[in-house]
Design a protein around this ligand. Structure first.
Ligand SMILES: [Zn+2]
Ligand SMILES: [Zn+2]
Length: 153
């Protein structure tokens, strides 16, 4: 089980292997993180909260580099004229097969932490733009209230 996230201080990628450690420090700026092991995760094995920020809004996605898919497709298009579009069919097929054999990862809506090797929660769906927008608005509101409270103090 690994979690990959972006350091909030310096934007550097941080990768943690949860089988070995729960504490990690950013290799670039040394900021320390302690990852959460939710009680429910221990009980059910299902990932139901982000291991970095602890929030419960997560979505699943194929562990697929979108750039690779595009490259395969572009090659297919470039070759299609000479191969009477057979290459286009092949490229589409390769993309489809890759998509099928690849495992899924669970990603946090809030901090974008990528969780690999966890048992997926069957309730988690693919990325939901509406929900993502709602969460952004909510977070902004929370931040504003926090700031106002600070001013009031
Ligand atoms: Zn850092
Ligand atoms: Zn998170």
């Amino acid at each position: 089980m690994t979690v990959e996230f972006v350091c909030e201080k310096c934007d550097h990628d941080v990768l943690v292997n949860l089988d070995e450690q729960r504490k990690v420090s950013c290799t670039k700026c040394q900021k320390e993180y302690t990852l959460i092991q939710g009680e429910s995760l221990k009980k059910t094995d299902h990932l139901n909260q982000c291991q970095v920020c602890g929030r419960e809004h997560l979505y699943v996605q194929k562990d697929f580099n979108p750039r690779l898919g595009i490259i395969i497709f572009v090659i297919g298009v470039l070759l299609s004229y000479h191969t009477y579009f057979i290459s286009l069919v092949v490229a589409t097929l390769i993309d489809a097969i890759l998509y099928k054999v690849l495992s899924t990862v669970t990603i946090c809506y809030h901090c974008r932490a990528v969780h690999r090797g966890f048992k997926e929660d069957p309730d988690h769906k693919g990325f939901d733009h509406e929900l993502a927008m709602k969460l952004v608005v909510e977070e902004e509101r929370e931040q504003k209230t926090a700031e106002q409270e600070k001013i009031a103090d």
